[in-house]
Design a protein around this ligand. Structure first.
Ligand code: HEC
Length: 265
């Protein structure tokens, strides 16, 4: 690449980045004067999965923050994701309806911390805190795949599902089973698997060059998805038997089969 091409591609890159960033409704948790625009509450958590104990926090209601972000006119809220971004750029998303379904809170202070706002916890080899913001759920026993607990949050934004998941999203989303299947796939699978090279890399790509349904026996595919450890000793794929019904597993299979005819080049 010569210098001119290099500068041109840099400009295109920056343009693409800024147009992406500008398009989606976004709430900056750190730069907005939250204390003035939102009402702080004291909330009790009977079992915090990060600290593995009961906790009490000072927090803002998540729905109050989401209500400040407008979905563009004529769009359906079920086609949008709520995206939480952490200080290091790590992103966690949940569907818009899920984000409003249960009582979620954006916590900013741990009431049992003495001088600081937070107590530290072990995260891998590091000792960290959830500062500045931490998403928590007041109801006990919620599915943590569906209602995640990300910490060190700096922004809450909205993004269309098809944008957020790119080529993994179904093009033909009219079919309700495919739509439901993708919604489940994005909740339980995409963090480890890519489809059309969009998604995680812990597990194998499931569509390129061959769709998994092109080489797996169909009746075994659903069985494997629900309970991989019953097929392969030592697999890194967890069992989903307690979380995903047989019917929902079929919807995931429908989605995966649909992607066979939507391969990226
Ligand atoms: C924690 C990571 C993880 C999650 C979450 C996960 N998988 Fe997997 N999956 C794997 C790994 C790793 C493999 C590779 C082989 C193995 O370990 O059995 C795999 C294998 C597979 C295979 C077999 C692919 C092949 O060609 O052998 C399918 C199909 C599959 N996963 C589908 C799913 C679906 C659908 C979900 C969501 C319900 C899911 N996985 C969730 C990690 C994961």
């Amino acid at each position: 690449m010569n210098n001119k091409q290099c500068i041109l591609s840099l400009i295109i890159f920056i343009w693409a980045q800024s147009s992406l960033a500008a398009d989606w409704p976004k709430f900056e948790l750190t730069s907005t004067d939250l204390a003035h625009s939102l009402k702080a509450q004291t909330i009790d958590i009977s079992h915090d999965p990060v600290y593995k104990s009961a906790k009490q926090y000072q927090a803002y209601l998540l729905s109050d923050i989401i209500k400040k972000l407008a979905i563009p006119d004529g769009q359906h809220s079920e086609d949008w994701m709520v995206v939480f971004t952490a200080t290091d750029g790590y992103k966690v998303a949940m569907t818009y309806p899920d984000a409003l379904q249960e009582q979620g809170y954006i916590a900013f202070k741990d009431n049992s911390a003495d001088s600081n706002n937070w107590q530290s916890f072990k995260f891998g080899k590091k000792t960290i805190t959830p500062e500045p913001y931490y998403l928590v759920w007041s109801k006990a026993g919620l599915d943590e795949w569906r209602y995640p607990w990300p910490f060190q949050l700096v922004t809450v934004s909205l993004q269309p599902t098809t944008e957020y998941y790119g080529a993994a999203a179904p093009t033909n989303s009219k079919n309700p089973q495919v739509k439901n299947g993708f919604s489940l796939f994005s909740r339980y699978c995409i963090r480890c698997h890519s489809v059309n090279l969009a998604g995680g890399t812990v597990g194998p790509e499931l569509n390129i060059p061959k769709n998994v349904s092109e080489y797996f026996k169909e009746q075994e595919l659903a069985g494997f998805i629900r309970n991989a450890p019953a097929y392969r000793a030592g697999t890194k794929m967890p069992s989903f038997e307690a979380l995903i019904s047989a019917e929902d597993t079929q919807a995931i299979v429908h989605y995966l089969k649909q992607k066979k005819s939507e391969k990226v080049q």
